[in-house]
Design a protein around this ligand. Structure first.
Ligand code: SF4
Length: 222
């Protein structure tokens, strides 16, 4: 797909989503500082946004900064995190993270990928979420929604999120990099679901490789 077509597709998607209610839109409003954004991104791995949001609200009522995270008892933290995937492990990670941020980073969240990636619990996706959402940097955060939808549309033809990220930098115009995660996650939550995508309600099906294949397969069998 050429870049002009990609722009039309993304603008159509933005228009479609602008008055819709997807869980991810609540998250974007909620993670309004780098500390919250980093912690939220770590908690959200392998967990639905609805659940992460609920747990994160409980957590941030009690833990408002790095010192609070250092001071909270690990068992109490575990109890708050119950519900998110691997909550015991994540409680350990957050305690370690707080200590490192305080002692090695002067209690500041790093704003560059190299330093972010050195932190416990931070992989490629989490680092890009923090760069894009907390620091307004041009990064594409690829999660399962972004990976799946990019492949269904035919924007990329890849096996894993890492490859998808690399390819998306080539096909998506830079001005959309930061927002692609929110757009595709919202779209994945509402329409292009992992199982049974709602292709008949899809505003961008004319661009979709998966849809074309489905139509061709149906016309072949009828
Ligand atoms: Fe997803 Fe279907 Fe839309 Fe393609 S047509 S983007 S598979 S919902």
């Amino acid at each position: 797909m050429n870049k002009e077509k990609v722009i039309v597709l993304l603008e159509k998607l933005k228009e479609f989503l602008k008055d819709k209610k997807a869980p991810v839109f609540n998250v974007v409003d909620f993670i309004d500082n780098p500390f919250k954004c980093l912690i939220y991104a770590i908690l959200s791995t392998r967990t639905k946004d609805e659940v992460t949001l609920k747990v994160a609200k409980l957590l941030f009522d009690k833990v408002k900064n790095i010192n609070d995270l250092i001071n909270i008892d690990e068992k109490e933290l575990e109890n708050i995190l119950k519900g998110v995937g691997f909550y015991r492990n994540k409680a350990k990670i957050l305690k370690k993270l707080a200590y490192i941020l305080k002692h090695d980073y002067n209690s500041k969240i790093p704003n560059n990928k190299d330093d972010l990636m050195k932190l416990p619990g931070v992989g490629n996706k989490v680092a890009n979420v923090v760069l894009a959402y907390a620091f307004n940097k041009d990064a594409i955060a690829v999660d399962t929604h972004v990976h799946r939808i990019s492949n269904r549309l035919g924007l990329v033809n890849t096996e894993n999120p890492k490859e998808t990220e690399k390819e998306l930098y080539k096909v998506i115009p830079k001005k959309y990099w930061r927002e692609i995660n929110t757009l595709f996650v919202a779209f994945g939550q509402l329409i292009c679901k992992p199982k049974k995508p709602k292709c008949n309600e899809c505003p961008i099906r004319e661009f979709c490789k998966y849809y074309r294949k489905k139509i061709n397969a149906n016309s072949y069998t009828t």
